[in-house]
Design a protein around this ligand. Sequence first.
Ligand SMILES: *Cc1c(COP(=O)(O)O)cnc(C)c1O
Length: 388
Amino acid sequence: MADIKAIDKQYVANTYARFPVQLVSGKGALAWDENGKQYIDMGTGIGVTAFGFADEEWNKVVIAQLNLLQHTSNLYYTEPCAMLAMGLCQRTGMKKVFFSNSGAEANECAIKAARKWAAEKKGPEYFNIVTLQDSFHGRTLTTLAATGQSHFHELFQPLTPGFVHAPANDFEAVKAAALQHKTAAVMIECVQGEGGVTVMEKDFITRLAAFCAEEDILLIVDEVQTGNGRTGSLYAYMHYGITPDIVTTAKGLAGGLPLGATLLGEKVEFVLGAGDHGSTFGGNPVSCAGALSVLNRLDEKFLSEVREKGEYIVSQLSGAPGVESVSGLGLMIGIKTAKSALQVLESCRDKGVLCLTAKSKLRLLPPLNIPMDILKTAVDAIKAACAE
Ligand SMILES: *Cc1c(COP(=O)(O)O)cnc(C)c1O
């Protein structure tokens, strides 16, 4: 049998510190490796496989679309693309959607739209975008510049200019940064995922939204990780009762296929015209069909179950031996462990539970529809690993 790990090490670029597991197949919240060992998946490919592996309903829709057309380019109309855009607008009140293939691209589009809007409305010197420290917005040179973590920047100078970073959950600091520079937009995550599962405070977000509206600065909410039911509402901003000008999303949107979306609100609905932006793969009918099936299942009853499962995890782990604190919203959870998060992750893996880390925390992003009995088994294993 071919040594897949060795071949991968030799031929795939060394950008990923892979875990020593080769995943072969999955069903729902379970996955199997090359030796047939079973795991409970508490990571969903970093918040992507929202309904788990090989979900029957999702597979059916995606395979049906594959049998019709796998790609057309954006020179043609297709039903999945149009219906998904309508669904996203109807569920959010946003006006238009630009489709791409990833979170970074969804944010690139948001940044381009904000800059064009500000240049036309306020003048070309209003190009700055304020983002938060410990944010994560992607790996392209522009979204890296937006990312408020300097260790990502060092090797890739010069980055796209025009990004200013201010501390998260500090309204006065963000306001001062936005007023000090000629600012097009403020871009935030409601829960910083890669930054360590840090939940933004209600007061911070509501004051920021009011300030942006007053100063005619766009508010961009990056829902690449928090979106599509992950936090127990369709989008995390909905917990805060605000209306962003632009919402970006990707990861869980299409349930496991590459798809990014930039949702444009009233102020920026008509900013991007023909030729201003584009994508060859964006709005791919197979990805959009998968996403439509995901979106249609995220009703209020389902979202309340996501919240309940999240509360169950938090209640089980808060104050447990070896657990210092638990943060998060819905099924996006960060655990500050007494031992290093990586050690706990490895112990969980030995016990058959696949977890993630975020900065110094253990991070859980289980399938949104994980059955309660499987979730209990996983939480018991995580608890045991923390206590070791
Ligand atoms: C993952 C992530 C991105 C980048 O998404 P890619 O699909 O990897 O480009 C951007 N923003 C946030 C908040 C993310 O979690």
